[in-house]
Design a protein around this ligand. Structure first.
Ligand SMILES: Cc1ncc(COP(=O)(O)O)c(C=O)c1O
Length: 363
């Protein structure tokens, strides 16, 4: 099969292996945005000894898990709704909110738009501007929102730009939205990778505003996408109750609920992950800033977006050069509202990052 003009998406490992004659185990997944440390050994060991819980239904209210999340996020446990990955909660929230006119801060994760397409809502993108390094202008966004929308979707830190909005700006934005009857969904899937989590998380704002739900999960930071554990946080208890009523009973399995309790208390793992990602992100950004082929942007998540500035070098060319060395990055050409040639890659182990840097520097 020819590789000319093929477009690969985030997790097309099988297709890529077929086209490039590669073995999946030889591929370094720079496109998956998952913590390269893998599952915590401590969590693995404890779960292995508790497999018998699969013979029982989970607690329908996930009380122990909600208590753990409550401590982890410093919010009351009544504010928390666990679910089957943040994906289930995105779908449930949109279904229950049933918006008429939605604004999505883009470019961003495509799943919001896919879920919205099953609702009766119109959807439009508010574009973060490349020339502003994808940094949001809050006043301009508020002006756009005025009188035209009832639902706003934000990913913070954002995928694929790795940009973030400060908590103070979010407070201003959510407060403005409250005055306009606009509900805000903030996806914080990548927030634990940020240099300063408290500076950007909206979790504490759920104590101040009821037009807000924050979504998080364990897929990326805790390297557990197969666990399918996500949770929503809102101070709007009436809305949370309605979402729960619509949710499939026991949507999170008992092993996932227990894993969540163990993961969020695993201080060593949290410490090692943050140490690795924060230092490697700085090292990579610094090195890339010295390669004129690429433009970098401030990065808050565990991935880096690069704009290719060399004439005639496309994102596909870069993807192709990397995958030939077993390094699978993300060609960003399929992202809406991202004009130009962009690639995204997540931070892996230092020796793999150096390999990628070497390939990128030859182009
Ligand atoms: C921004 C964002 N939100 C949510 C998800 C999916 O999360 P989960 O595995 O918790 O459903 C992803 C996965 O790539 C993502 O990038």
């Amino acid at each position: 099969m020819s590789t000319a003009k093929m477009v690969f998406h985030g997790s097309d490992i099988e297709k890529i292996c077929e086209v490039y004659h590669l073995n999946p185990k030889d591929i370094v997944k720079f496109g998956a945005n998952v913590n390269p440390l893998g599952l915590s050994e401590n969590v693995k060991e404890q779960l292995a000894g508790r497999l018998d819980i699969l013979s029982s239904y989970p607690d329908r209210d996930y009380t122990a898990l909600r208590n753990t999340i409550s401590e982890y996020c410093s919010v009351p446990s009544e504010f928390i709704l666990p679910g089957n990955g943040s994906s289930e909660l995105i779908a449930l929230l949109i279904q229950e909110r049933n918006p008429k006119h939605t604004l999505i801060l883009g470019p961003t994760y495509s799943e919001y738009s896919r879920e919205l397409s099953f609702s009766g809502s119109t959807q439009e993108y508010y574009h973060l501007r490349e020339e502003d390094n994808f940094v949001l202008n809050i006043d301009d966004l508020c002006q756009t929102l005025q009188g035209k929308y009832d639902f706003l979707i934000i990913c913070n830190p954002n995928n694929p730009t790795s940009s973030a909005i400060s908590r103070e700006d979010l407070r201003k934005l959510v407060s403005f939205c409250a005055s306009q009857d606009i509900f805000v969904m903030i996806d914080e899937t990548y927030v634990e990778f940020a240099p300063d989590i408290q500076a950007i998380t909206a979790v504490t704002l759920t104590r101040e505003f009821t037009n807000l739900m924050v979504l998080r999960g364990v897929s990326k930071f805790y390297a557990a996408p197969g666990m399918r554990l996500g949770y929503g946080i809102t101070g709007n208890l009436e809305f949370l109750k309605k979402m729960k009523e619509k949710q499939v009973p026991w949507s999170l399995n008992s092993l996932g609920a227990l894993a969540g309790e163990l993961m969020l208390k695993d201080k060593d793992y949290i410490h090692h992950t943050r140490k690795l990602i924060l230092s490697e992100r700085d090292r990579l950004l610094h090195a890339l800033q010295n390669i004129p082929t690429y433009k970098t942007y401030p990065a808050y998540a565990n991935f880096i977006l690069l704009k290719i500035q060399k004439p005639d070098l496309t994102s596909y060319d870069v993807f192709d050069a990397c995958i030939r060395q077993g390094l699978m990055i993300r060609d960003c050409s399929s992202f809406e509202c991202l004009d130009g040639e962009f690639i995204r890659f997540c931070i892996m182990l230092p020796e793999d990052n150096t390999k990628l840097l070497n390939v990128l520097s030859t182009l």
